[in-house]
Design a binder for this molecule. Structure first.
Ligand code: SF4
Length: 337
């Protein structure tokens, strides 16, 4: 797949103090992409009124180059101790994306140019651990691989963490742009998890992401480069033929992965879920969505949250865990939720 090219760019005036913002400014202008300068990246809207679908598409073509001001990190359980944010949102349009729901009309992409300050803040958070291992999730607000060609931020983070005895970085992605990361000295301190799913789920709901084959090829490269590797299968969906599809997907993965018996391999399993708010947003952005969002078919957990009924969830848990254990006997299943 091709690397993301924005249709329009906004640069925060304060960002222009940083070399990266100046370089990007020149790069986009040379490519003929319109660039405007703004005071703050926090509230950006198109000039004209738009339908929810058109507005969503507008945000996903819009890039803001900014400075990350909040350097006190939030916690990120169960994935890691803290979130480290070097960019926000991503160019893909996964219909179920919880991030797109949380960001609402601010789903436009933001990349932050003050990576050195972000890494200084990481160092302070590691020091707060007083000698315990401190983990950081790089994908809680974005897919960092999707914009790595513009920032190089992930490369800098991997190199930074390689030297941190007590710091570990975790990355999740649905993209495959890993080639520039393969020769880095990572010291096993960065773990990549590729988000994968059945071809039906990827083709129906994960627009503008890498396809399954590309993700598995990238995962293989990452594993061969010595990085710790895992897979997140999310959202797990029940639909006609789901068992056959997931079984086939896991079987193909076990045959394609060069080291399926790697003892560091892990799986995280997350079922499809939605909230009253996300249902409304998804249906307005994707009026023809094939996602099942019928509250009657789901179990209401309270606070407007809907999950599969307990018997279906249990059936899925047993099915996925049994198949993973059979095909990847050394792998750790970190959680099913
Ligand atoms: Fe959301 Fe991840 Fe899909 Fe991007 S790739 S739209 S962050 S689910």
């Amino acid at each position: 797949m091709k690397e993301f090219v924005p249709k329009r760019v906004f640069i925060e005036e304060g960002a222009l103090q940083y070399t990266l913002a100046k370089e990007l400014d020149n790069k986009f202008k040379n490519q003929g992409i319109p660039v405007e300068y703004i005071e703050s990246h926090n509230r950006l809207n198109p000039k004209e009124e738009m339908s929810p679908t058109a507005l969503f598409n507008w945000t996903k073509e819009t890039l803001v180059v900014g400075v990350k001001k909040t350097l006190k990190f939030q916690s990120c359980h169960p994935s890691a101790d803290y979130r480290v944010v070097t960019n926000t949102s991503c160019p893909a349009k996964c219909e179920y994306c919880y991030l797109a729901k949380n960001l609402g009309s601010a789903s436009y992409l933001r990349i932050y140019v003050n990576i050195d300050e972000i890494l200084e803040a990481v160092k302070k958070h590691i020091d707060k651990g007083e000698g315990k291992l401190v983990t950081f999730e790089a994908s809680s607000s974005s897919d960092p691989l999707a914009v790595e060609h513009l920032t190089g931020n992930l490369q800098k983070m991997i190199e930074f963490f390689s030297k941190e005895e007590k710091g570990r970085l975790r990355v999740v992605t649905k993209f495959a742009f890993v080639d520039k990361l393969l020769d880095l000295d990572h010291n096993n301190h960065t773990k990549f998890r590729f988000s994968i799913n059945s071809n039906y789920v990827i083709d129906s709901f994960e627009h503008l992401t890498a396809n399954l084959k590309e993700r598995i090829t990238a995962a293989n490269k990452i594993q061969q480069a010595g990085y710790p590797l895992g897979f997140i299968i999310a959202p797990l969906m029940i639909y006609e033929g789901w068992k056959d599809d997931y079984k086939k997907m896991l079987f193909n993965l076990s045959k394609t992965l060069k080291s399926p018996k790697d003892k560091n391999l892990s799986f995280e399993l997350i079922m499809h879920r939605f909230t009253t708010k996300s249902k409304k947003l998804i249906e307005s952005r994707f009026p023809n969505t094939k996602l099942t969002l019928d509250k009657e078919q789901y179990h209401h957990k309270g606070f407007g949250k809907y999950v599969y009924p307990p018997d279906e969830a249990e059936e899925m848990k047993i099915f996925m865990e049994d198949n993973i254990k059979e095909l990847f006997p050394q792998a750790k299943i970190e959680y099913f939720t």
